[in-house]
Ligand binder design. Structure first.
Ligand SMILES: Nc1ncnc2c1ncn2[C@@H]1O[C@H](COP(=O)(O)OP(=O)(O)OP(=O)(O)O)[C@@H](O)[C@H]1O
Ligand SMILES: [Mg+2]
Length: 470
């Protein structure tokens, strides 16, 4: 290779390689500092080039600086892993090799080559944490898990009762269940009830949220890992194996990646799992209950839920209505939670004022029953032991009093012109009406009291998704 080629090659490696490079001469002065290293350490190249090492890194000394140690001893330090806070305050993990630069048997400098391991470190930390949680789960944490039964699910609303009836039948079956409901509507309560009232009640019940965890880790958690399956992997069984014979609750299934959804489907169809990095097929018998907080048909349309998996899971289908669609249950639930928190907080409330109940009935309850429960708990904390009634002023910690329908409308107005705001409201109403009428145009038009043609024109105007319409 010519000298020119050498130097061009070197320049490219320095500039575009993903290895951080930092070289000093034997006066501790930086002679090479590339952009990858600058990015890693949170510095600018110009801040470092030509400067004394200790001027830039005052916290280092002759013992702690690998470059200086190599410069003094003339021997390389290979593959040392370090975690430190860089100049921007970010925690960085690197694996680095430091080499002496020798010319005519004289040490003329030292170079450090560093590779960024930060993301790998985060993943392996999460894995270790999860492993220890799983270990604890196996020992004594289980009795702490609340075991719900259908009797704990309060409500007389017609749609809720029919959901409970389906759940009752599901108890007697090993078929998959898909539960759809907004946050706080009681999906976990339904799932636990089905398991603990069912034929598998003496077997393991494991719940796994699919949303919070990166794909590569979730796969290992579900199916287990074999040694060396991916960096740092140890031999460990996944929750499919742990729940064998029992029930697995897969929460927020619509957040799982499509690739993993395909793998899950294969497992459910074939009845075997294979650990990540493994070669053995392990037979499993696990009853799946999956939940989603988004309408599954919408998820399929958006491409976040595989249709084939949906059909496989949706053998038994439970829809839990949001609280704003079961306002007839508000009073019953309110008194139920009052009794519960009287007992816990040692209070004696036996009445709730009409203003409060009417505010409750106007509110849109984005957090559903969980939100109502939290409101009541907050209010009962505010009353004294002699108080008998809950009044508006006891709800100081909740935001619903200022958030009833009229206020919601005004808060959402923002800086929009009135016609634009009216359009956005109209669009939302049409969307909701279509959903309630199963996307049938004629029924929706009747429901809204407008002509079919008018509805069609509005659907076009607002570019409402056309796939479901019929
Ligand atoms: N029908 C109900 N009767 C009594 N309590 C209820 C009911 N529905 C919900 N709750 C209360 O609300 C809490 C939240 O319910 P749950 O955890 O089952 O909701 P979720 O639908 O799984 O919510 P998320 O989607 O946020 O996980 C429960 O712990 C329970 O205290
Ligand atoms: Mg839940």
């Amino acid at each position: 290779m010519t000298n020119i080629m050498d130097s061009i090659l070197l320049q490219n490696i320095l500039q575009y390689g993903n290895i951080g490079i930092h070289a000093i001469d034997n006066n501790r002065k930086t002679i090479v500092y590339n952009s990858t290293m600058a990015h890693l350490e949170g510095l600018e190249i110009e801040q470092v080039i030509g400067k004394d090492l200790f001027e830039i890194f005052p916290s280092l000394n002759e013992e702690t600086s690998t470059l200086i140690r190599v410069l003094k001893l003339g021997e390389p330090i290979l593959n040392s892993t370090q975690t430190y806070l860089n100049f921007k305050g970010h925690s960085i993990t690197t694996i680095s090799t430091t080499l002496p630069l020798i010319n005519n048997r004289k040490i003329i400098g030292a170079v450090e080559l560093a590779q960024d391991l930060t993301n790998t470190k985060i993943l392996s930390d999460q894995l270790l944490e999860l492993q220890s949680v799983l270990k604890r789960d196996n020992s004594n944490i289980k009795p702490l898990i609340r075991k719900y039964s259908l009797n704990n699910i309060i409500g007389q609303n017609e749609k809720l009762i029919s959901a409970k009836k389906i759940a009752e039948k599901a108890c007697q079956s090993p078929s998959s269940v898909l539960i759809y409901g907004e946050t706080g509507t009681g999906k976990e309560m339904f799932a636990q009830s089905i398991h603990y009232n069912g034929i598998r009640k003496d077997k393991t019940f494991i719940a796994q949220n699919c949303a919070a965890i990166p794909d590569s880790l979730l796969e290992g958690i579900l199916f287990g890992t074999e040694k060396g399956g991916f960096t740092g992997a140890i031999e460990r069984e996944g929750i499919f194996e742990q729940a064998n014979g029992g029930t697995l609750l897969l929460d927020e299934i619509n957040s799982m990646s499509l690739t993993l959804q395909a793998k899950l489907l294969r497992v459910l169809q074939e009845g075997y799992i294979r650990r990540v990095g493994g070669i053995k097929d392990i037979p499993i018998d696990v009853r799946i209950i999956a939940t989603t907080n988004e309408n599954p048909l919408e998820s399929i349309n958006k491409g976040t839920l595989r249709k084939d998996l949906y059909y496989r899971l949706n053998v038994i289908n439970i829809n839990i209505p949001p609280l704003r669609e079961r306002l007839d249950d508000i009073e019953l639930l309110t008194y139920y939670f009052i009794t519960k928190y009287n007992r816990i907080l040692n209070k004696n409330i036996n009445r709730v004022s009409n203003d409060v109940l009417s505010d409750f009935k106007k509110y849109h309850w984005p957090g559903n029953v969980r939100e109502l429960e939290n409101f009541i708990e907050g209010a009962i904390n505010m009353v004294s032991i002699e108080d008998k009634a809950l009044n508006r002023e006891d709800f100081v910690t909740s935001n619903f009093i200022n958030n009833t329908t009229d206020n919601i409308v005004f808060n959402n107005l923002d800086n929009q012109a009135l016609p634009d705001f009216m359009d956005s409201i109209e669009q939302r109403i049409i969307n909701e009406a279509l959903k309630r009428n199963n996307f049938n145009i004629t029924n929706t038009a009747n429901y809204l009291g407008i002509k079919r043609q008018t509805l069609q024109a509005k659907i076009k105007k607002y570019k409402i998704m056309q796939n479901n319409l019929h």
